[in-house]
Design a protein around this ligand. Structure first.
Ligand code: FES
Ligand code: FES
Length: 223
């Protein structure tokens, strides 16, 4: 009978199974060690490096040529953050669920709504559509990185408040990041230029005019 608290069947301890379940002939890795390695590595999807390492080189602790280092350093809002990142992980997922920066919203998760907009080297990017590994060595700025060290809001944020820009507010961080990028490039845009700059940010509440008013107010203050 299996011990319900033990995820390994009792007979995995037997010499028979231990000896017959050689996974890698070069390292003599047992089935038990192999299963433990997979569980320890997190999810099945994230364990491919371990598995390929075991099969190809019979070594789980050495990186395989072409594999991606999972522990990476990211420059986020001016601080270096060390984070364990899966090869297929998007920047939006890393920011929200690894670094706790939930100001960046996930709407469509497919590059259509702009809710996840962040700045990478001061260029607005849909963070749901870029892999975190590709932004190593680049400067990532999120909505949490706009206020100054005293906590004072960025002029664009303040203008959005003053103009009562948001309704539900879900799209607001993305709208603000796009507006910040615009005003850094064109400090005194026309309303049409502002409309173009925010055209990738959808608002299901339809607060577009309020947002444009906010951008124009911020432009007036910042110039
Ligand atoms: Fe990224 Fe919609 S969540 S574009
Ligand atoms: Fe609600 Fe834009 S304010 S989605």
């Amino acid at each position: 009978m299996r011990n319900p608290t033990n995820i390994f069947p009792d007979n995995l301890n037997s010499d028979v199974v231990e000896n017959e379940a050689i996974v890698c002939p070069r390292s003599k890795t047992s089935r038990r060690a192999f299963i433990k390695g997979i569980i320890a590595s997190g999810a099945v999807a994230s364990s491919s490096g371990f598995m390929f390492g075991s099969i190809a080189g019979c070594s789980s602790d050495k990186s395989v040529a072409g594999s991606i280092e999972r522990l990476v350093s990211l420059n986020v809002n001016g601080k270096m953050r060390r984070v364990d990142v899966l090869p297929q992980e998007t920047l939006a997922m890393t920011l929200r669920y690894k670094l706790g920066l939930t100001g960046t919203k996930l709407g469509c998760d497919r590059g259509e709504c702009g809710a996840c907009t962040v700045l990478i080297d001061e260029v607005p990017v849909n963070s749901c559509s870029i892999l975190t590994h590709t932004v190593r060595g680049r400067a990532v700025r999120t909505i949490e990185g706009l206020a100054d060290s005293t906590g004072a809001l960025h002029p664009v944020q303040q203008a959005f408040v003053d103009e009562l820009g948001p309704q539900c507010g879900f799209c607001t961080p993305g709208q603000i990041m796009s507006a910040v990028a615009l005003l850094q490039t064109i400090p005194t845009p026309t309303r049409e230029q502002a409309r173009q700059a925010l055209s990738g940010n959808l608002c299901r509440c339809g607060a577009y005019d309020h947002y444009l008013n906010s951008v124009m107010r911020a432009a007036g203050k910042m110039s």
